[in-house]
Every structure is written in C-alpha cells, then in structure tokens.
Design a protein around this ligand. Structure first.
Ligand code: 13P
Ligand code: SF4
Length: 325
C-alpha cells in the first residue's frame, strides 16, 4: 500500500453541514457510495449500498450509471472495485485503511511458495492486495468460499490464504485437505472463548453467532458461522430473541435496524494490555470518517490507481469467482 499524507480534515469549515454537502457532491459527481457493515453507523447511513465483501464487489462491477465509486471500507475492497470496474474513478476516504490479513500475504512471498509448490491451486481470500490476487488461481469471500473450493479440480492440492482460521473452518466444512497460509485477522483473533463461554452461561437464551475469521476454539462455541451478510440474515430470520455477535462491532448498527426486536450483545474480547490493543472494532475500517468522505467527494482523492497490467492479472481470478453462482 502506498504511504500517503492523511486527509487534512482540519481544513474543513466547521460550520458546514457535512451530510448535506455529501448529498450535494454525490449528485454533482455522479458518485455511488458503497459501505461495508464494519463502518461507523453515520457512514452506513449515508451509503447508497451496504454489504459484505462479495455484495460490494458486485455492486462496484455493476455501477454502470456512476462516474465515481466512493468506497467506505478498506484498501483491498476499493482496489477490487477498481479491478472489476476500471473505467470508474474509485476513491477511498483514507488510503491508510489497510487489513492485517492483506499485510500478512505479500505477493513476493506467495510467488516463492508457488515456485516451491508448482502443483498447488491457489485460492486467495479477497482480503489481499491486487498484487497478491494477481498470483491466485481464484478468489473467494467468506460468503462463497465453500462453493469456490468445490470448483477446484479434485486432483489439485490447494493453498488457501491468507486467513488460516477461515481455511481451517473450510477444511471442516468441505472435507477438502488444504495447506493454509499463516495469516489472521487482528480483530477476530482477539475474541476470547473463555469470556464468550461465560457470557453464554449468563445468557442461556442467547445464540452465539460468529464470523469464520474467528479462531477454531471460538467457532467451536458458535450456533451459527457465516459471513457478515449471512450473520445479518440469520438474526433477521431466526426466532431466537437474543444473540452474542462474534464479529466486528459495526454490524450491530444494521442488525438493530433490520431486526429491531432482537437483543444483540457484542462479543467479549481479550484485553491484551491495559490500553486494550485487542478490541472488537477494526482500526482500519474506523479510519474512514464523515469528514474524510466529504473531502474525498470534494477533491476526488485519494484515488485507487494501479498499472493496467496488474489490474488485468488480478481480474482473472476475481472473474472466476464472480462466475460462480
Ligand atoms: P465479509 O465478506 O463477511 O463482509 O467479511 C469482510 C471482512 O473480512 C472484513 O473484515
Ligand atoms: Fe482486515 Fe480484520 Fe479489519 Fe476485516 S476486520 S478489514 S479482516 S483487519
């Protein structure tokens, strides 16, 4: 990821109504605002479309009428939007919004693995850079990973990366043996199974639902495991009145809206220091703010750009994923 100056939010006139300005600029720029469920509530509320990684990649690909895609999520998501719809101007409110998984699987290390294991079919979770995607045979998200694994020729050994927790979950779910890249999400790996077990005991009428980026000992306690959109659908459709929600805290905002009668308890995490370095809020997702969204729409910066050759190589494994129904 490029190192860049943070957006200059101090330059914003404090008397501006930023929500009105965002609406004005959205129309003027013919922009569509896409947001992930882990964004702050204010951002979720100004978005044109909210979704999980797969929904948002499809929304970006299908954004025919917009000139600009303002992506409220993290860098790999905005990069994906540019790859699948290169004619659009794609802006990310803060270019520093990265992802621990993407950081842990740089393209040169993956190339080295491939050189040593030329038979492996490389399935990469979408949480990786464009350069890493360009090395993959196919991409998946947590919504479609089992279907993607099922599409891999039976005679090929699989490397799954960068999330070893999602990978371990998929081995159980699909029965397919895979080598796992040793990456993990810095947010989901802080969730404490001991504290979750205590919370379950205190709320015996609650179900525990979890994202597959959680570690195995946490998933072992779950009544349901799924991507963000599947967790949301589960809370809406299931009859239970109470849920302990094992994923990033931003999704509670949308869950409360769509399942207003349900009681939602955020997952307890392990405080790793007194200052809490472990937390259920993603520090990367939370870099985006309403102020930075306003600046991004006003200035059409910071933009996601990449060489055409890289974009085209990264598009192939994404298109293979998007062709799977
Ligand atoms: P979903 O695709 O389930 O939304 O997961 C996204 C993600 O990993 C962001 O952390
Ligand atoms: Fe990456 Fe984890 Fe943040 Fe998702 S929650 S963007 S996987 S660091």
């Amino acid at each position: 990821m490029p190192s860049v100056q943070p957006p200059n939010v101090d330059s914003i006139d404090p008397t501006l109504d930023l929500f009105a300005e965002i609406d004005r600029l959205r129309a003027e720029r013919k922009a569509v605002i896409l947001a992930h469920y882990y964004q702050d509530p204010d951002i979720q509320d100004v978005a044109d479309h909210l979704g999980d990684s797969l929904d948002l990649a499809k929304r970006a690909r299908d954004a025919k009428d917009a000139d600009v895609i303002l992506f409220c999520g993290v860098h790999f998501m905005a990069e994906t939007a540019k790859i699948v719809n290169p004619a659009k101007t794609v802006v990310l409110p803060d270019l520093a919004a990265g992802c621990s998984l993407a950081e842990q699987c740089p393209a040169d290390k993956l190339r080295t693995f491939k050189a040593q294991h030329p038979d492996h079919y490389v399935v990469m979770y979408i949480n990786c850079s464009a350069a890493t995607k360009a090395e993959a045979d196919i991409i998946c998200t947590s919504s479609n990973a089992a279907k993607v694994i099922a599409s891999v020729p039976a005679d090929r050994p699989i490397l799954f990366g960068p999330d070893k927790n999602l990978g371990a979950f998929l081995i159980k779910q699909t029965g397919r043996k895979m080598d796992l890249w040793p990456g993990a999400c810095m947010v989901h790996e802080t969730f404490s199974s001991q504290k979750i077990a205590a919370l379950k005991a205190a709320h015996p009428d609650a179900k525990f639902i979890a994202h597959p980026e959680c570690e195995e000992h946490v998933l072992a306690l779950a009544d349901f495991v799924g991507s963000t959109s599947k967790l949301l659908a589960y809370v809406q459709q299931d009859a239970t009145p109470k849920y302990i929600v094992g994923t990033e805290t931003g999704i509670l905002h949308t869950m409360k809206k769509h399942a207003p009668g349900k009681q939602l308890i955020p997952v307890p995490y392990e405080d790793r220091t007194a200052a809490c370095q472990g937390c259920n809020a993603c520090p990367h997702m939370k870099l985006n703010t309403i102020e930075k969204i306003y600046l991004a729409l006003r200035d059409l910066e910071p933009r996601i750009e990449m060489p055409a050759e890289l974009r085209e190589r990264a598009r192939l494994p994404l298109d293979r994923m998007l062709a799977i129904r």
